[in-house]
Design a binder for this molecule. Structure first.
Ligand SMILES: Nc1ncnc2c1ncn2[C@@H]1O[C@H](COP(=O)(O)OP(=O)(O)OP(=O)(O)O)[C@@H](O)[C@H]1O
Length: 379
């Protein structure tokens, strides 16, 4: 459906994207994930024919964007980050205008427009002036203009950006429905959006694709250690010493109540990388333990134990602790979340992007996600 081969776009300031190479099959919903400035919009603008690559080629359904731009663009529906709306027009006159622009024959226009109005829940709003509609409805109109000409591939640039949690849920539901008969490429820097919508994710960092895979398979491919989190009843020093002495264990990191209560994704990347480093230091220094009574059952120790060579150390831990009469109250194999993967891939080098400012990597997610859960719970 889509072939992007060794595509680069370098702006005068040497920023942009380099050697982007991927393809998409019909029916896939692929998420483009990356911090601000990673190159998502640049790549999407090239795929949709709004920007010429400096190098490389793009083809949609076998049609080269360079050689057959009009035909290739006919197969694509594009929703840019800011929907291309005319605020003074009514919904109906705007869609009629888009239908003309897209060369939809006049005799088909009425039916096509009424179909997309139904599909995107715009019934009853046809005569309303676009300016007077909420951001969520404007985004629906943006989606309506993207699908009006019946494209196969939808390219959506941050489709839920700036929406409130209820609108986010509604737009995600619409994208899910559109994904039933379209191939979809969407960009986001909202991690749960990937899990909620996509069956494949491409992670972009500093203009390059650093990872391509299914969200749930990424953890295994990137996990170079085997980690187990556990809670053991017993004196702190004894428990930690016994865990360290268990065959196959390479390191033991005690979990403190502070480390556990960190919000999952609210903090900017740099801060979180700093926290991780600080956490290791604190453990080395012997930080406040849960066994001291802060927030967990008294007399227990919580820790994350790592094995070398990805060896499964759960049985060894079980037998050792049983032998020493130190009851294991909980034990769980740790796996990398999408957030861990993202941090692992995008915090190894310092972002040098001038416009990757303070909010650039702060995922707007934690809030939206928790509110989303709330809205779901209320529904
Ligand atoms: N017209 C331009 N001229 C010069 N540099 C540009 C231009 N457009 C984008 N860039 C730079 O290219 C890089 C990629 O930008 P792009 O907008 O594609 O990233 P993005 O991942 O879409 O970011 P965001 O999430 O902020 O939309 C950034 O460093 C950006 O500053």
């Amino acid at each position: 459906m889509l072939e992007v081969k060794q595509v680069s776009k370098l702006y005068e300031n040497q920023r942009g994207v380099r050697d982007i190479d991927f393809s998409m099959s019909r029916g896939e919903i692929v998420g483009f994930l990356g911090p601000n400035g990673a190159g998502k919009t640049t790549t999407m603008r090239m795929i949709t024919g709004y920007l010429n690559p400096s190098r490389g080629s793009i083809a949609i359904d076998g049609l080269s964007m360079a050689d057959h731009p009009k035909k290739a663009r006919q197969k694509i529906g594009y929703l840019p980050e800011t929907p291309p709306l005319y605020p003074e027009m009514s919904v109906l006159s705007y869609l009629k205008f888009i239908a003309d622009l897209r060369d939809i024959p006049v005799r088909e226009q009425k039916q096509r427009i009424s179909e997309v109005i139904g599909r995107l829940g715009l019934q009853g709003r046809e005569r309303q002036i676009i300016r007077s509609l909420s951001k969520g409805y404007k985004q629906r109109i943006g989606l309506a203009q993207a699908i009006l000409h019946g494209p196969d591939l939808l390219v959506l640039d941050e489709p839920t950006s700036g929406l409130d949690p209820k609108q986010i849920i509604e737009i995600r539901q619409l994208i899910r429905e559109l994904g039933e008969n379209h191939t979809v490429l969407l960009s986001t820097h909202i991690l749960p959006e990937i899990n909620a919508l996509c069956n494949r994710v491409l992670i972009l960092h500093q203009g390059r694709i650093v990872l391509d895979g299914q969200p749930d398979q990424l953890a295994n491919s990137l996990n170079d250690t085997f980690e187990v989190s556990l809670e053991v009843k017993g004196p702190r020093e004894t428990v930690l010493a016994e865990l360290r002495a268990t065959p196959g264990v390479s390191s033991v990191r005690e979990l403190t109540s502070e480390a556990e209560s960190q919000p999952a994704i609210a903090a900017p990347l740099e801060e979180r990388a700093g926290e991780a480093a600080a956490g290791e230091e604190a453990t080395a220094e012997g930080s406040t333990s849960l066994a001291d009574g802060s927030g967990s059952e008294s007399g227990t120790v919580k820790a994350v134990v790592a094995a070398s060579d990805r060896e499964d150390i759960r049985e060894a831990i079980f037998y050792r602790m049983a032998e020493r009469r130190l009851p294991i109250l909980a034990m769980k194999k740790e796996s990398l979340s999408l957030e861990d993967i993202f941090l692992k891939l995008t915090t190894d080098e310092k972002l040098d992007d001038a416009d990757a400012g303070s909010d650039s990597n702060s995922f707007e997610v934690a809030e939206a996600e928790s509110e989303e859960k709330e809205v779901n719970a209320r529904a």
